[in-house]
Every structure is written in structure tokens, then in C-alpha cells.
Design a protein around this ligand. Structure first.
Ligand SMILES: [Zn+2]
Length: 101
């Protein structure tokens, strides 16, 4: 199931992106991992809103570990998080309650 989560430093990511909701939102039927460039249409993948990019699970973990929070990016971070959650039909408030702190 799709789920909005947050890293320890507050960066949002969406786990288990629904492939068809992704296609509907992006008109991209052939997503590839933004890190290793592997096609990921056939697996559960991760979207990182602040980067506007999707990743395979393995790369998402590595990318998220290396990301730093920049306060100046808060507005765009929040706006992109809202945009993608709306596109995927994810309830943001529910996501925040369930967020990994
Ligand atoms: Zn990858």
C-alpha cells in the first residue's frame, strides 16, 4: 500500500507507489530508477517529492540516507509533497500521523 513517510531529518518520501496512479499522474508508462537507471515498472518503487524523482527500493534507501534538510527548501518540499500525495490519492494527515519520526 502507498504510504507517505518522513526521514529522521524531515524529508518526505512515498513508499510502494501505485504504478497506475503514477502513470496517470505523469503519463510515463516506463519509470526508471533515478539512481541506477533500472526499469522499475514491475516493482514497488519510491518517489521522493523534493527531487521529483522515483527510485527502486534499494537506491531510495541510499539516496534518503544521504539527503540533508535545507530550511530554504521547506516551501518547495511541502508543495511537492502535497502535489504528489494529491496525484496518488494519499491522505497527507494520515501520512504524518504514521510518519516514522
Ligand atoms: Zn535503483
Amino acid at each position: 500500500m502507498q504510504k507517505l513517510k518522513y526521514t529522521d531529518n524531515g524529508i518526505s518520501y512515498i513508499e510502494n507507489v501505485d504504478f497506475w496512479k503514477f502513470v496517470n499522474a505523469t503519463l510515463n508508462p516506463d519509470p526508471i530508477c533515478g539512481e541506477c537507471l533500472k526499469p522499475i515498472a514491475n516493482e514497488k518503487f519510491v518517489l521522493i517529492p523534493i527531487l521529483n524523482e522515483v527510485y527502486c527500493k534499494k537506491c531510495a534507501k541510499e539516496v534518503l540516507q544521504q539527503m540533508k534538510w535545507y530550511e530554504k527548501d521547506r516551501n518547495i518540499h511541502d508543495a511537492r509533497t502535497q502535489y504528489w500525495c494529491r496525484a496518488f490519492g494519499i491522505n497527507i494527515e494520515g501520512g504524518k500521523e504514521n510518519a516514522v519520526k
